[in-house]
Design a protein. Structure first.
Length: 360
């Protein structure tokens, strides 16, 4: 019997020293503790005035562009330009052989002068009744007819001289000396690129905020380090019923001639101010299933919150729905965070800040 009592006493002592058996309250406390708080960085939601913009893509066009063609048939006698040359309006580019037309002009001018002289004499004589009025009228008609033939030949002669219709930059030359050209044959191209027309489409839903004079900012993939600014110049009078969009045109200065007609460009059109917009750092956004979320930090816990994104500015995104403006959002550790997870600042809070008071 003594042996049994001693064994029972030892078992009682041993039980008290076993974990989770002799001290059940310790086991419960351990289970309730859970994982330690996740160290993260977070930032307050900011309020600021931003400019609302619409992003689109467009194609650069020259302010003025034309294909220079021949208007008359003739041999190319002179070429007075170089490829890529800047020329002024009215500059002679090409001269065609016009010897026959020049001779015809001389003959018609002489005939016109003779007809004019005869008509003037008849006018003097009609006052003395030496010439009938019918003869005067006949000579007047002859003079007018000769004058008309002269002007027609002069117009034909002018067609043999091809001029620049406006100031600009010439393209590649398509003819050679001595070549026979006919009406419509291409001589070269001429573009005025001191100003660039940038055409693009915007949705009809934002049309109320669009007006001539709105600012635009454009960039080209071929010029990654350049940003071009301009103003909206024209708004089309019709909305495309298929796309529900309206075509607009902006004018961009191109004094250094780096933008080429036909260049693909992205454009941001400013359509007004958004006062007191709620902004969060872009790194606080978590995209899942086509939706955007942020983790709102409140009382040491992270709450997964769905938000709607509006305008973006460098480093920040506007929140149009989902936040009130007095929250703080996580900016690191988003992939490890879960709804309701405990968190703590990864960087020790500055003394005197709300985080420091909470930590104390």
């Amino acid at each position: 019997m003594g042996t049994i009592a001693a064994a029972a006493g030892l078992a009682f002592v041993y039980r008290d020293n076993l974990p989770f058996i002799g001290k059940p309250e310790t086991a419960t406390a351990t289970r309730n503790a859970g994982p330690p708080p996740l160290p993260i960085d977070y930032a307050p939601v900011r309020r600021m005035d931003i400019t609302r913009t619409i992003e689109a893509v467009g194609t650069a066009q020259a302010n003025e562009a034309v294909t220079i063609t021949a208007k008359a048939t003739g041999l190319v006698e002179r070429i007075n330009f170089q490829e890529g040359q800047h020329v002024k309006a009215g500059s002679i580019l090409v001269e065609l052989d016009a010897a026959e037309s020049s001779a015809n002009i001389s003959a018609l001018r002489a005939a016109r002068d003779a007809a004019k002289l005869a008509y003037d004499r008849a006018l003097q004589l009609v006052e003395t009744k030496a010439v009938a009025q019918a003869r005067v009228d006949e000579l007047g008609k002859a003079y007018e007819a000769t004058e008309g033939r002269l002007r027609a030949e002069q117009a034909k002669f002018s067609d043999s001289v091809i001029r620049a219709p406006f100031s600009g930059k010439l393209g590649l030359r398509k003819v050679s000396l001595g070549a026979l050209v006919r009406p419509g044959d291409v001589i070269t191209t001429l573009d005025d690129t001191t100003l660039i027309k940038l055409e693009f489409e915007i949705p009809e839903t934002v049309l109320s905020g669009v007006a001539v004079g709105n600012k635009v900012t454009a960039m080209a993939g071929a010029l990654p380090n350049r940003k071009f600014e301009g103003t909206l110049n024209t708004i089309d009078s019709r909305i495309d019923p298929a796309t529900r969009a309206v075509r607009v045109r902006a004018m961009i200065a191109n004094a250094d001639d780096v933008i080429k007609p036909g260049m693909f460009m992205t454009v941001a059109l400013s359509i007004g101010k958004v006062p007191d917009a709620l902004m969060v750092p872009e790194e606080s956004l978590l995209a899942q299933g086509g939706e955007q979320f942020v983790f709102v930090i409140r009382d040491g816990r992270a709450t997964r919150t769905r938000v709607t994104i509006g305008q973006r500015v460098p480093g920040l995104a506007q929140i149009t729905n989902g936040l009130h403006g007095d929250e703080q959002v996580a900016v690191t550790g988003l992939q490890q965070l879960r709804d309701g997870a405990r968190v703590r600042p990864a960087t020790p809070p500055v003394s005197g800040s709300p985080d420091a008071k909470t930590a104390g």
